[in-house]
Design a protein around this ligand. Structure first.
Ligand code: ATP
Ligand code: MG
Length: 238
């Protein structure tokens, strides 16, 4: 198993609020790593550090052997990072297709013409082909989530960071999302997937990491982690 991402001793504080004390983990090529943890544990903060929105107070992150911490958000995107946001960020008064186009041009530096050749396959992958002309603001919640994933995919990532794409969905909609993420993995992408939904962790990941008290408390096979006493304690304590 080749390591694609190596995170070591990551820490960050906001004033006296020490959100991440020390987080270390490896992500393997073509792996889906689930991340769980109570509200406010620092899961989104960790993604923000990985994608370049926040600078950590300490620690190191290497992606395919390169130190990425000095790199800007755009540099990381071009290197192979894609991400979704907990609150969907697609442009509401643009169509699903146009959102994909912008994601591709911005994320890869492709011309609009080159991007226009790639977007249809992405819309197909996320199941939005028949709604490509609908304004993002007019899409239902599940389709907004699909589009979030699609826009992240448009930058042609090697690593996709998902922040709660299954929250608020019905069980059958969650199954749709699971199918999409599985397809993304089959296309050769590694995924870090933050989610509170149990079904996604048990059915959709290769390993699960618990983030709590600012640390990577436990990391391992989904069933073992989800039924561990560490997970029980973290959620009961919260
Ligand atoms: N830019 C910021 N400035 C100051 N504090 C911040 C900032 N971003 C996050 N925090 C704080 O960091 C802590 C962790 O927040 P974070 O959003 O990462 O939690 P989370 O694990 O994603 O929770 P949830 O499951 O509710 O999404 C919170 O106490 C939050 O207030
Ligand atoms: Mg969060």
């Amino acid at each position: 198993m080749n390591t694609i991402l190596e995170v070591r001793d990551l820490g960050i504080s906001f004033g006296s609020n020490q959100v991440l004390k020390s987080v270390s983990f490896d992500l393997y090529e073509n792996e889906i790593l689930g991340v769980i943890g109570p509200n406010g544990a620092g899961k989104t903060v960790m993604l923000n550090i990985l994608s370049g929105i926040l600078k950590p107070g300490k620690g190191s992150v290497s992606f395919m052997g390169r130190d990425i911490l000095p790199m800007s958000i755009v540099e990381r995107t071009r290197l192979g990072f894609g991400r979704t946001f907990q609150i969907p960020r697609s442009f509401e008064n643009m169509t699903a297709y146009e959102n994909g186009l912008i994601g591709s041009v911005y994320g890869t530096g492709a011309t609009e013409r080159a991007a226009s050749l790639k977007v249809p396959a992405i819309l197909e992958m996320i199941g939005l082909s028949d709604r490509k002309g609908v304004f993002a603001g007019k899409l239902g919640l599940i389709d907004r989530k699909r589009l979030e994933i699609g826009v992240a995919l448009a930058s042609n990532p090697k690593l996709l960071l998902l922040d709660e794409v299954a929250g608020g969905l019905t069980e059958s909609e969650v199954s749709d999302i699971l199918g999409i993420v599985r397809g993304i993995k089959e296309a050769g992408v590694s995924v870090i997937w933050i989610e509170h939904v149990l079904q996604t962790m048990l059915e959709g990941t290769d390993r699960v990491m618990l983030l709590a008290e600012g640390r990577d408390v436990v990391c391992g096979p989904p069933e073992a982690v989800m039924s561990s006493k560490e997970v029980e304690t973290a959620y009961l304590g919260a």
